[in-house]
Design a protein around this ligand. Structure first.
Ligand SMILES: [Zn+2]
Length: 471
């Protein structure tokens, strides 16, 4: 007897590389059978998914949940079942999951913040090790270096990565230091400072916006570097938008350097009035919580919210990421046929750009990716990045983490996590969540009433092959 049989979907399995109309039987949170037809008599519940595509649950390898508890809802609504939260603070993310979780499985990478959780931009090895200890004990899966926003010195960046690597702690790096920016130069510097150690290079497309060389040439240079460094794992996202805080300093200037840079690019003053003009014209949108989701607002409604919001407002500039780097990194392959970039991510969650299905599926429609490749880059390879053997494929024994989407509307319709439905006909129905953590953090997770899945952590030597058809 199955707990649930999902009928009639086109099942896309990146492990076998197969695509076909099949029924999927789920029992005790696992996929128990995949067959052309499963009899009605063997199912407690059935779900008709004809006309839809069923693939292993989407794992968003780069999103943000700390800015708003609604970020979890935004991710699930977009078909995501598991995610890497790319900054923390881990305590806030876990507290929010316990109160308003939507059934996501989350690995949190806790960011080192000079002047906040370490003394400054040049912490010593003991201080770095103390930060690693505290992060893991608080339930983090690993750690982050937000070099583009809160940089460390090059020496401390190297020491941080070496300490994480030597202790087998998963570390992601948004390239940039006190000496190099969040651009191609920062990317080159990060790879040099890593000295061959494996790490997760965050949102590769963001270093190729045309700031140093024409964007297409930056992409080619980044490709050369990644081919020379297969130990590095990475992801890229598909949205043209960014995300940024819109707070002002005591002189009335936007606090964020990214906001000031974008206002300058648009020929606007680097002031509150400049932001209002950008919102009015639609180049900048404000993020507003409404009816349990987060929406982007510009024009009159946007300027009104920016002037009247009760607390700090976050925003998002459009047209920041050129199409050439977004498409290149989503589709480019290495000479051996494996993908150059391991995953399609969003850098979304609480930033409304959760467009893996919406934009990623358009790449399938124009034959830039096959449906199997899309499933590999959004689930199969991400599961391996995290070191989870039971996710990322549709076959007996796999976790019943499933995303079902409408290929014509490019919209997620249903999603399941461990056999529990978390998205039903486009509505978020999940609760709670599972936290991927190390043995050090298990207690911190469980004491909040959340499930813990303990993993060894660390950056794996990534097997990038998929779609091996067996007889
Ligand atoms: Zn990010």
């Amino acid at each position: 007897m199955f707990d649930l049989v999902i009928r009639g979907a086109t099942v896309v399995d990146p492990l076998s590389g197969s695509v076909g109309e099949k029924d999927v039987g789920i029992r005790d949170g696992l996929i128990a059978e995949v067959a052309p037809s499963i009899a009605d008599s063997g199912a407690l519940h059935t779900l008709d998914a004809s006309g839809l595509i069923l693939q292993p649950g989407i794992i968003d390898t780069h999103l943000h949940l700390a800015p708003s508890p609604l970020g979890q809802r935004m991710a699930v609504k977009a078909g995501v079942t598991a995610a890497i939260e790319m900054a923390g603070p881990v305590e806030k993310v876990l507290d929010d999951m316990a109160v308003s979780g939507c059934g996501l499985t989350v690995a949190v990478l806790n960011a080192i913040l000079p002047g906040q959780n370490v003394s400054g931009a040049n912490p010593g090895v003991d201080e770095i090790n103390g930060f690693l200890d505290r992060s893991l004990a608080s339930g983090a899966f690993g750690v982050k270096l937000l070099g583009g926003h809160y940089p460390l010195t090059p020496e401390a960046s190297r020491a941080y990565l070496a300490a994480a690597h030597d202790r087998g702690v998963y570390m992601a790096w948004h390239a940039g230091s006190t000496a190099a920016g969040s651009n191609l130069r920062g990317l080159e510097e990060a790879i040099e400072l890593a000295e061959g150690r494996a790490f997760h290079l965050a949102h590769l497309n963001a270093y190729c916006r045309g700031g140093v060389l024409p964007a297409a040439r930056e992409c080619a240079r980044a490709a050369e570097l990644l081919e020379a460094h297969p130990e590095i794992v990475t992801e890229s996202y598909l949205s043209a938008r960014n995300g940024c805080p819109l707070g002002l300093d005591d002189k009335g200037a936007p606090r964020s350097a990214i906001v000031r840079m974008n206002l300058k690019r648009l020929g606007l003053p680097e002031t509150h009035d400049g932001m209002l003009s950008a919102v009015h014209s639609g180049e900048l949108s404000v993020i507003r919580p409404v009816n349990g989701i987060l929406e982007l607002l510009s024009g009159k409604a946007g300027t009104a919210w920016l002037q009247s919001a009760p607390g700090p407002v976050d925003g998002s500039f459009d047209h920041v990421n050129p199409a050439v780097s977004r498409v290149f990194f989503a589709t480019e392959k290495r000479p051996n046929g494996e993908f150059l970039v391991d995953a399609v991510s969003t850098d979304g969650g609480a930033i409304p750009r959760n467009v893996i299905v919406e934009y990623g599926r358009s790449l399938v429609d124009i034959s830039a990716l096959t449906a199997v490749e899309f499933a590999a880059k959004t689930s199969f390879i991400p599961a391996r990045m995290l070191g989870i053997a039971a996710k990322g494929f549709i076959a007996p024994g796999a976790d019943a983490d499933i995303t079902i989407y409408d290929p014509a509307a490019r919209r997620a319709v249903h999603a399941f996590s461990g056999g529990r439905q978390i998205l039903a006909s486009g509505e978020v129905v999940g609760s709670g969540g599972t936290v991927l953590c190390t043995a050090e953090g298990e207690e911190a997770v469980r004491k909040r009433g959340l499930s813990a899945q303990v993993l060894p952590g660390g950056i794996p030597a990534l097997n990038r092959s998929f779609g091996k058809k067996t007889a």
